[in-house]
Design a binder for this molecule. Structure first.
Ligand SMILES: [Zn+2]
Length: 250
C-alpha cells in the first residue's frame, strides 16, 4: 500500500511532541489506527516530512519506522507584528510507515524512539539553512523586493533552496560570509511559539525572525561553518546547495 492509497477514518490531530520539545528522543503513545504497516498514534516524537525537512526514522514498539507523513489538518492564518507569516497547515494526523506489518492493535500503549543521529543532523541542517536563507535574501533581493522561494529540501547532509529568479553567482561569496558570520557569533537560537498555535514558532536570532514549524538546535554553537554552491535550474530558477563543515556536533 502507499500513503496516497491509505484511507484514514476521522482521527483527532496528533499531539506533536517535537513541538513541545525538539530534544525529546522518545515517548509513549496510544495506538489510534493500524492498517498493515501504517500506524497512527495519539502523540508522537516523529517529525513528518514537512516544510522541506525530511521525516524522522527510529522504532515504534521495536519495529523500524521508515517514513512519516502527515494528512488532513487545516490552514492557519497567523499574524506577527514584525514578520509576515505564510498560511501554515496545522492539526494534521501523522502517519508512520513501518518496515513490517504492525505487531500491535488499536488501544495498545507503544514506545516510540527516534534515530537521534538522523534527527539531530536534520536539526543542524535546518538551523544552518535558516542562516543561509536569510543571508541570500539580504544579499540578492533588490531594495523593496522580496525573493520568492519556490521550494526547499533539508536532509541530514545539508539543504537546498530554489528561488524563482535568475540570480548571478557574483553575490554568493558574500551570502556565505554573512551566514558564517552569524553562526560564528555562537548565540542562542530562540524558538518562540505562536500564542494561538503551539505548532508554529518564530525562530529568532538577534533581529532575524523566521516563522517555522520545523525542528532546530538551541544554539549556533551546535553548528559549523557552511559552504554554498549555486546551480542554474533553467529559466527563472536558481538553486543553492549548502552543507555544514564536518564536525562532531553536540
Ligand atoms: Zn525552521
Amino acid at each position: 500500500m502507499s500513503f496516497e492509497r491509505l484511507k484514514l477514518p476521522t482521527l483527532p490531530p496528533t499531539r506533536k511532541r517535537f513541538a513541545d520539545d525538539p530534544f525529546a528522543r522518545s515517548c509513549e503513545a496510544t495506538v489510534l489506527h493500524v492498517a498493515e504497516e501504517f500506524v497512527v498514534l495519539d502523540a508522537t516524537v516523529f517529525y513528518p516530512e514537512s516544510g522541506g525537512q525530511e521525516w524522522d526514522e527510529g522504532e515504534i514498539a521495536g519495529v523500524r519506522v521508515v517514513d512519516v507523513q502527515d494528512q488532513g489538518g487545516r490552514l492557519a492564518y497567523l499574524e506577527h507584528p514584525q514578520v509576515r507569516v505564510p498560511a501554515v497547515k496545522v492539526d494534521t494526523v501523522i502517519v508512520h510507515r513501518l518496515a513490517a506489518a504492525a505487531p500491535f492493535r488499536v488501544g495498545d500503549r507503544v514506545a516510540c524512539a527516534l534515530d537521534w543521529e538522523r534527527r539531530y543532523a536534520l536539526m543542524r541542517s535546518h538551523s544552518a539553512g535558516h542562516f543561509l536563507y536569510h543571508a541570500l535574501r539580504q544579499v540578492y533581493a533588490e531594495p523593496g523586493e522580496e525573493l520568492f522561494l519556490k521550494g526547499c529540501h533539508i536532509d541530514p547532509k545539508g539543504f537546498r533552496f530554489d528561488f524563482a529568479a535568475d540570480l548571478a553567482a557574483d553575490r554568493l561569496a558574500e551570502a556565505q560570509r554573512l551566514a558564517n558570520e552569524w553562526i560564528a557569533q555562537g548565540r542562542d537560537i530562540v524558538m518562540e511559539p505562536d500564542p494561538a498555535c503551539y505548532e508554529v514558532f518564530y525562530w529568532r536570532y538577534g533581529d532575524i525572525i523566521i516563522p517555522c514549524g520545523g525542528t532546530h538546535v538551541g544554539s549556533a554553537r551546535e553548528l559549523a561553518p557552511v559552504t554554498v554552491r549555486r546551480q542554474k535550474k533553467g529559466a527563472g530558477v536558481t538553486r543553492f546547495y549548502g552543507e555544514l563543515a564536518r564536525s562532531t556536533g553536540a
